[in-house]
Ligand binder design. Structure first.
Ligand SMILES: O=C(O)CCC(=O)C(=O)O
Ligand SMILES: [Fe+2]
Length: 352
């Protein structure tokens, strides 16, 4: 990725500023009240639920500590990720993602039709994962996505699976807290995920970039799924569009914390009470960076629409229902190549 390729160059209005505003303000939520036990009595965690609700409303982003994911496991997956990406391009490309199998290695992802300065390795939480064969609404065929199994580094797949198990547990807990913060039953969202969830983990590697003022590691975007639970290393580079001022602020790395953000699906379920917030990743001319997002996504046939409990005559539904699987397949198609149009966004389903 050393060549100055115009595919990476952002339009001037989307180029990063090299002077950084640190987001000291991103809430840090201590999850110790719920770590290692079930939430049986919601009144005992009222304070925590309020904190989560405020963070979702004001930022759409927060960090969590005392989250229950063992640090040793995180260190193992981070090490495995470094070893995997340190291989030659030929080795990595043996496990390449393509249009029929969207898991595995890929180094040419586009966001908003500009190429990202990164390479990724995607791995499904459930193998196989069922998914619509095409994004065509009238096509009912379903296909299966499966995971690759690289031989190097040793035990790569097992480490990833073990990590997913833990981060998935955390994601279910976060969903309960978010449900409670919206005045819903804690398990209100669970059924969407227990059958056929389409969650996946992504290992991101952002190599040093000789023109960090022109390119981005990931261009501005909103996460399309329900919730993202992200581990970033100590280098930093993630920037969040601060809702109140519409300016980009850097999320300062906090050791052993996870960054959580509300995705488009929670925005729709909550009928805009919580919004999915735009974010992007800056690259660095000296340091490489690694991050590991877990995209927590419901089953492909989930019909996404504002929840009945959160809509009424005064607050009518703001979205037409859409099928999550079709949305996901549409997004994946646009990741592969530069297109002339914008890819699918939830506002396309907005009732105006
Ligand atoms: O690397 C990061 O910090 C964030 C990556 C991200 O936003 C994404 O992959 O959707
Ligand atoms: Fe993202």
């Amino acid at each position: 990725m050393g060549e100055v390729d115009p595919a990476f160059i952002q339009d001037p209005e989307h180029r990063p500023k090299l002077s950084i505003i640190q987001a000291e303000g991103i809430p840090i939520v201590d999850l110790s009240p719920i770590t290692n036990h079930e939430v049986s009595d919601p009144s005992s965690i009222e304070g925590l639920v309020k904190e989560i609700g405020n963070a979702c409303k004001e930022w759409g982003f927060f960090q969590v500590t005392n989250h229950g994911v063992p640090l040793s496991l995180r260190q193992r997956i981070e090490k495995a990720s470094r070893l995997f990406f340190a291989q030659t391009p030929e080795e990595k490309k043996k496990y390449s993602r393509d249009e029929s199998s969207t898991t595995g290695y890929y180094d040419a992802e586009h966001t908003k039709n500009v190429r990202d300065w990164k390479e990724v390795f995607d791995f499904l939480a459930k193998d196989p994962t069922f998914i619509p064969a095409t994004s065509d609404e009238h096509d009912d065929r379903v296909t299966r996505w499966t995971n690759p199994s690289p031989e190097y580094p040793p035990n790569f797949s097992d480490i990833i699976k073990e990590y997913i198990e833990e981060v998935e547990k955390l994601s279910f807990k976060l969903l309960e807290l978010i449900a409670l913060s919206l005045g819903l039953e804690p398990k209100r969202f669970e059924d969407f995920f227990v059958k056929d969830q389409t969650s996946f983990i992504r290992l991101n590697h952002y190599p040093p970039c000789p023109y960090p003022h022109l390119a981005l590691g990931v261009g501005r975007h909103k996460d399309g799924g329900a919730l993202t639970v992200l581990a970033q290393d100590e280098v930093g580079g993630l920037e969040v569009k601060r809702k109140a001022y519409q300016e980009w602020v850097r999320v300062k790395p906090t050791p052993d914390a996870y960054i959580v953000n509300v995705g488009d699906i929670i925005q729709v379920w909550s009928n805009d009470a919580y919004e999915s917030v735009e974010h992007r990743v800056m690259v660095n001319s000296e340091k490489e960076r690694f991050s590991i997002p877990f995209f927590f996504n419901p089953g492909h046939d989930t019909e996404v629409k504002p929840l009945e409990e959160l809509t009424n005559e005064q607050n009518p539904s703001k979205y037409r229902p859409y099928k999550w699987g079709k949305f996901l397949v549409h997004r994946k198609e646009s990741n592969f190549k530069k297109q002339n149009t914008e890819n699918v966004q939830v506002y396309h389903y907005k009732i105006v």
